[in-house]
Design a binder for this molecule. Structure first.
Ligand SMILES: [Zn+2]
Length: 226
């Protein structure tokens, strides 16, 4: 299972701003927490950025398409007058995308409703990352950076941590993720397949030939050299 977690904006693109906050920074703090919480689950998570760098919208979608992600989740902060939480899917989203987005939206909205923020619903928009990705994709707009009550929460590390926990739980529910347990050789093999280092099915106790081993090592070499 592969999730691409898209941390909106970054670098020369600050995103929305308000009350001394920049969307790119809030999203980075939030996204890092989600990445950390997702380490407890059996899933391969690929972030579109982990620092304050600019990544184009096309590159974000291409990353997900290249890795054949099962799900694309984009993190953003809203602005423009309002309060609360809303999420977006593409107008032409597949049935699967719609139902996965509905599950994620419902799970994350519980967090906001418990804290008195309105659930503005699951909406549709022709956003580039939703249009260009080939897998189920959703974009979460977490509160309004230009609303004083919302911004106060976005500036609070404890709030962000709890929100990240809720988003992680939502992703786990949406994708049916299992918690990591001890060593599982089947999971190890699955992870190599997800990263494209091996192909096909392999029994954990099957013997490996030199040809197979050299292929895996060469694929790794290719990545180091790129
Ligand atoms: Zn944004």
């Amino acid at each position: 299972m592969v999730i691409v977690l898209d941390l909106g904006h970054g670098g020369r693109d600050p995103g929305a701003v308000g009350f001394g906050l920049q969307e790119k920074d809030v999203v980075l703090a939030l996204g890092r927490q989600v990445l950390s919480f997702l380490e407890d689950y059996q899933v391969n998570v690929i972030p579109t950025r982990t620092s304050d760098v600019y990544v184009s919208l096309a590159d974000r979608a291409n990353l997900a398409n290249h890795h054949k992600a099962d799900f694309f989740c984009s993190l953003h902060i809203n602005s423009g007058g309002g309060s609360g939480f809303e999420s977006y899917i593409h107008p032409d989203a597949s049935q699967k995308s719609q139902s996965m987005a509905a599950t994620l939206h419902r799970e994350v909205s519980k967090f906001y409703l418990e804290r008195g923020f309105p659930d503005r619903g699951l909406k549709r928009a022709n956003f580039a990352v939703l249009r260009k990705t080939t897998m189920p994709a959703v974009l979460l707009e977490n509160l309004f950076i230009d609303n004083p009550q919302d911004a106060a929460c976005l500036a609070d590390p404890v709030f962000l941590r709890d929100l990240a926990f809720a988003i992680t739980g939502g992703l786990a529910r949406t994708l049916g993720l299992k918690k990591r347990t001890g060593w599982d050789p089947n999971e190890e093999i699955k992870r190599l397949k997800e990263h494209g280092l091996i192909t096909g099915d392999h029994a954990p106790n099957a013997a490996v030939t030199w040809g197979e081993l050299a292929t895996v090592l060469n694929r790794l070499l290719d990545r180091f050299e790129n």
